[in-house]
Design a protein around this ligand. Structure first.
Ligand code: CA
Length: 656
């Protein structure tokens, strides 16, 4: 079935390429064997390099340095490809390619289609992927996801999770560190994997784990750090997270072990995918094989730069689109990943994203896809064609991050001093309501007062990521510390709890930044992409210090999981089942009808007070309701005589 589907995808792609060929100056390749096809009997190599006049393959015994064992001329083949077949078993050999272009030999580069690489990704490696499977891999099963709105995502950097001395984890900073169980901090609270399962989130979104460029894998003891948004080799894991960077098998096996362990613990894995640019521009693998092809260019022939990283890929071109499609399918088929978060998705064209979504949903119906519906600069491809937030309704089963609710809750990420609803800023009510409705159309929202979007953009609630904090910008706790500096620590804790109450009761797909459940800070550093561990590491003593906040977030997650009314699946359900009350400034109250989604609670009321003062709401509306959250604390069900909201607080009531 899977094979049949892959064939269908390839046929559709071949058809597409024929159509596309009219627009492009040379033939795209329609086969599925780019890179290496290995067996114990022979190794077949194929690269697409239509503008090359010559092409070579070099074989090495080591991952870097030394002279080549052999240099082999590639033979020109169909549709712009070059190929070589080497009889014999080349397992463990490293290899590179180079081409001659306009009379000059370009740089030697690793195979862009490489599935294994050596240290620092300079050379591809011939491996037997079957031998990289951990024990029991054939029985690995992903947790089921029925609706995208059932997902509660936790965004985590592999190194951050375990590198602190108080993580209690042995394999610090490594893939395998997240496979350890029974790990504790100094006060005996769970850390690492056990902490994630204890918290109750469903999806672990791992910051880039493909092979990225910025960390020197040849010296992993050296003080160095990066988030990893600088892709080098797309189809193999990062070496610095592995116990051995030279042997390309090890990183593959250890990462598969992580995925298998997560799956066994009921956790799905989301891959942070960065197809929008490459770390290197002129010198990249792509560009050294087909100069200029894979990137958008400005009219004056410069690299267009919508990513602010020096280049932007051209997903609308046949071979870049093919590369992205084959790459995501490979990560699902070979590694069993359960979702993708597309970095600067607004760089990619809508058509490519929908082709990818259709292909991925066919092989994994519960796959979770989302991305940043924006860019970091101007692109040469028109806005109307790109996967921007404002075009979200044109994206099929791919969600976009809602910066509307993100900044509505805590204030603009571009102005450190700016406050949001949860820290007492006036006039943010409609932005919060926009987020509660997950950017779906709702008749009671005044869109003219929403901070960023003046119209609803989501087709369904599953099209929206509801969040207030991610790896970018200040952590929520730092943001509150800076913008609400005059508030007491106790008040800021209430603001923080209110902010997460809004995220986890609102419609859409919930998304949390690692450590927010115990007030993680980065010492006020807002862009920590290359900051040391002292800024980025998760300090597990915070779990002890802020255990009450942790418990509250854990309970919010349980509440969300127990009640489908918080996880409505269609825009029509949102329009029909959410009723906002008329409320004074700084107060939001709404009723959720649970009956139509068979919730055990027939009616739910959610109240938020973003004011710094206590507010009383006339009590008649709460007759017959029981309490579940009163002023940011979970309470056993009882009735309330009066609805009194303390400063920066949340109340949730229900009727059975
Ligand atoms: Ca690397």
């Amino acid at each position: 079935m899977k094979l049949l589907f892959i064939l269908m995808v390839l046929c559709a792609f071949a058809f597409y390429c024929r159509a596309q060929n009219k627009k492009e100056s040379f033939l795209p390749y329609t086969g599925s064997d780019l890179g290496l096809t290995w067996s114990p009997k022979q190794s077949i190599f194929r690269i697409w390099a239509p503008t090359a006049s010559k092409a070579q393959l070099k074989l090495y015994s080591q991952s870097f340095g030394g002279e080549p064992l052999q240099t082999i001329g590639l033979t020109k083949s169909k549709q712009g490809t070059w190929t070589a077949t080497l009889p014999g078993n080349y397992l463990g050999t490293y290899y590179t390619f180079r081409i001659e272009y306009k009379g000059q030999w370009l740089n030697e580069v690793a195979d862009p289609y490489a599935k294994a690489v050596g240290t620092n990704g300079k050379r591809a490696m011939i491996v037997d992927l079957k031998k990289t499977n951990p024990k029991g891999w054939e029985n690995d099963h992903s947790p089921q996801l029925k609706s995208p709105t059932d997902a509660i995502i936790y965004e985590l950097h592999i190194r951050d999770a375990s590198i602190a001395a108080n993580s209690g984890i042995i394999n610090k900073g490594k893939f395998t560190g997240l496979t350890e169980t029974g790990t504790k901090n100094n006060e005996n609270f769970s850390t690492g994997l056990d902490h994630l399962t204890q918290l109750g989130v469903t999806h672990i979104h791992l910051l880039p784990f493909f092979d990225y460029n910025s960390v020197d894998e040849s010296d992993t003891l050296k003080a160095q750090y990066n988030w990893g948004y600088d892709p080098l080799n797309y189809n193999t894991p990062e070496g610095s997270y592995a116990s051995n960077t030279t042997d390309g098998n090890v990183r593959i096996k250890e990462f598969k072990q992580l995925i298998k362990t997560f799956h066994e613990n009921g956790l799905s894995v989301v891959m942070d995918a960065v197809y929008n640019h490459t770390a290197l521009t002129g010198e990249s693998n792509f560009n050294q094989l087909v100069p200029g092809y894979y990137y958008r260019q400005t009219k004056d022939g410069k690299f267009s730069n919508a990513t602010a990283c020096g280049n932007e890929t051209a997903s609308e071109k046949a071979m870049m689109r093919k590369f992205m499609l084959e790459s995501v399918l490979y990560w699902v088929n070979e590694y069993h990943v359960d979702g993708f978060r597309f970095d600067l998705m607004g760089v990619h064209d809508i058509e490519t994203m929908n082709i990818i979504s259709a292909a991925l949903h066919k092989i994994k119906p519960g796959i979770l896809l989302y991305g940043e519906g924006w860019t970091a600069g101007a692109s040469t491809l028109p806005d109307s064609l790109r996967a921007l937030k404002k075009n979200a309704a044109k994206l099929n089963a791919i969600a976009v991050f809602s910066d509307d609710i993100r900044d509505g809750i805590k204030g603009s990420v571009f102005d450190a001093a700016d406050k949001g609803f949860a820290s007492g800023k006036d006039g943010m009510e409609e932005s919060i309501k926009f987020g509660i409705a997950a950017a779906c159309k709702h008749p009671q929202i005044d869109y003219s007062k929403v901070n960023y979007s003046k119209a609803p953009y989501a087709k369904e609630p599953g099209s929206t990521i509801t969040y207030t904090e991610c790896h970018d910008n200040n952590t929520l706790w730092d943001k509150l510390s800076i913008s609400a500096a005059t508030a007491t620590v106790k008040e800021r804790i209430e603001m923080h709890k209110l902010a997460l109450s809004i995220v986890l009761t609102s419609q859409g797909i919930s998304f949390l930044h690692a450590g927010t459940e115990f007030l993680r800070n980065k010492k006020g550093i807002e862009n920590s992409f290359a900051s040391p561990d002292s800024i980025n590491a998760i300090d597990w003593s915070l779990k002890t210090k802020n255990i009450a906040v942790f418990t509250y977030v854990q309970q919010l997650i349980q509440l969300r999981k127990a009640h489908p009314a918080f996880r409505l699946q269609t825009a029509a359900q949102i329009k029909d089942n959410i009723l906002f009350f008329d409320t004074p400034p700084g107060i939001i109250g709404y009723q959720l009808n649970g009956v139509t989604v068979k919730d055990s609670w027939k009616e739910i009321q959610v109240w938020f007070n973003g004011n710094g003062e206590e507010k009383e709401i006339p009590a008649l509306k709460i007759n017959g309701f029981k309490t579940v959250i009163v002023n940011n604390i979970f309470v056993t069900s009882s009735s309330l005589e009066k609805l009194i909201l303390k400063p920066y607080s949340c109340i949730v009531l229900y009727k059975e």
